[in-house]
Design a binder for this molecule. Structure first.
Ligand code: HEC
Length: 150
């Protein structure tokens, strides 16, 4: 799902270039843009781990380094979801703010799952790494299903 999503968004992005100008985040401090960049940074560590597992190219040391990097990036988006930040170009659903408790629960599930992923990555055991990875992946997906526009 996430890979399909990525491919689609890449296609969408390249489709945008040259025809429509992207909507700029003109607010002071650019909270929407800042949290989107923070998610992209998370994806830059998360996606290569998934590629390794799916292509049978598991490199234990590199996987562990990526998991450790993810630990440093995983806190970044959340502080930028301030109450009055539901405006274009956000891809967040309004329920982020109306169901804030549930959004918080999803975030905590994500933090727990990435913690477990980092622990599993350190074992350098592929089965443990893989199982923890796909559990973390599910926490991205389940939050996106409810709180992010497609
Ligand atoms: C608790 C909810 C939640 C979790 C967990 C979560 N996301 Fe997101 N994600 C969002 C929301 C909401 C947005 C939309 C942000 C916006 O556009 O304002 C988003 C946006 C994104 C984007 C698009 C950024 C852009 O350029 O517009 C990417 C990529 C992304 N998330 C990747 C991930 C990955 C990978 C994970 C798991 C490792 C993850 N997210 C976990 C809620 C979540």
């Amino acid at each position: 799902m996430l890979r399909n999503f990525m491919i689609l968004s890449m296609v969408a992005l390249s489709g945008l270039q040259g025809c429509t100008a992207q909507i700029e985040d003109t607010r002071p401090g650019q909270p929407v843009k800042t949290r989107q960049i923070a998610f992209q940074e998370i994806l830059k560590t998360f996606e290569p781990m998934g590629v390794m597992l799916r292509t049978d190219g598991y490199e234990p040391d590199r996987f562990a380094d990526l998991a450790a990097e993810l630990m440093m990036k995983r806190e970044a988006p959340w502080v930028h979801f301030a109450p009055d930040t539901d405006y274009p170009p956000t891809k967040a659903q309004a329920v982020v703010w109306t169901q804030a408790d549930e959004f918080e629960q999803r975030k905590l599930a994500f933090l727990a799952a990435t913690e477990a992923l980092n622990t599993a990555a350190k074992t350098k055991n592929k089965d443990q790494a893989s199982s923890a990875y796909f559990k973390a992946y599910d926490t991205c997906q389940s939050c996106h299903d409810q709180f992010k526009k497609r």
